[in-house]
Design a protein around this ligand. Structure first.
Ligand code: PGA
Length: 252
């Protein structure tokens, strides 16, 4: 079973038009393995410019969030159709910063995933445990509590159009990466959980690791059997580092 490898950049609330120019130029010239896709997710104001500048056929753009509503009087929100109107193809949903700073629950995230799929976007669904949850042995229970509402909302078969990113909260932006072995063990648990619902969906689901992945540690992480790519924050803002991570990904 061939799974797509995805290297995704989450710029968070960083970057400017200069970065849009520099990163698009760098990425338009990268060499990546055949079944590798690169997805760059800048803040909303830069999505149109970045999408217009990308010419590489393995490089895509994505949003970092979107509304659970399709349209209407929701001041300050961005609708799924607005993203597809710009030819944006991916959307990060349920990032831990959205869950913890903006109170997004797993039920709300499930609604957003459903709306994204209806619009034809590919959701990058983020899940992950806090440090306290890991040390108290609750990791698997937390991951299930984040996944199951989405499985209930969209049905297991719809996951053939979803990407899941496992991002341990304690590893995000901290420089503390999960060891390749620990990440692999958790990824295997997640894939197995999907396999209990549907084996073929589980086998083709891209499972990304996120949390302080960078040019130095990506090779060992990406070499793990159940790690199919990365969701990268800090290192994705570096024009001399992110393209190297993309080229390191060998695909499966
Ligand atoms: P980081 O962020 O690579 O800076 O740890 C990853 C993420 O939050 O998606």
């Amino acid at each position: 079973m061939t799974r797509t490898t995805i290297i995704a950049a989450n710029w968070k609330m960083n970057g400017d038009l200069t970065l849009v120019d520099q990163m698009s130029t760098a990425l338009n010239n990268i060499e990546v393995a055949e079944n590798v896709k690169v997805v760059v997710c800048p803040s909303f104001p830069f999505l149109a410019a970045l999408t217009d500048k990308i010419t590489h056929d393995q490089v895509y753009t994505g949003a970092q969030n979107m509304s659970e509503h399709e349209k209407g009087a929701y001041t300050g929100e961005v609708a799924s159709q607005m993203l597809t109107n710009l030819s944006v193809q991916y959307v990060i949903l349920g990032h831990s910063e959205r869950r913890s700073y903006y109170g997004e629950t797993s039920d709300l995230v499930a609604d957003k995933v459903k709306v994204a799929l209806n619009a034809g976007l590919t959701p990058i669904l983020c899940i992950g445990e806090s440090e306290q949850e890991r040390t108290s042995g609750q990791t698997e229970q937390v991951l299930v509590s984040q996944l199951q509402p989405v499985i209930d909302a969209i049905g297991i078969n719809a996951f053939k159009d979803v990407v899941v990113a496992y991002e341990p909260v304690w590893a995000i932006g901290t420089g503390k990466t999960a060891s390749p072995e620990m990440a692999q063990e958790t990824h295997a648990f997640i894939r197995d959980y999907f396999a209990q619902h549907n084996e073929s969906v589980a086998q083709q689901l891209p499972l990304l690791y996120g949390g302080s992945m960078n040019g130095a540690n990506c090779e060992n992480l990406l070499a793990q059997a159940d790690i199919d790519g990365g969701l990268i924050g800090g290192a994705s803002l570096k024009v001399d580092e992110f393209p190297v991570i993309c080229s390191t990904a060998k695909g499966i």
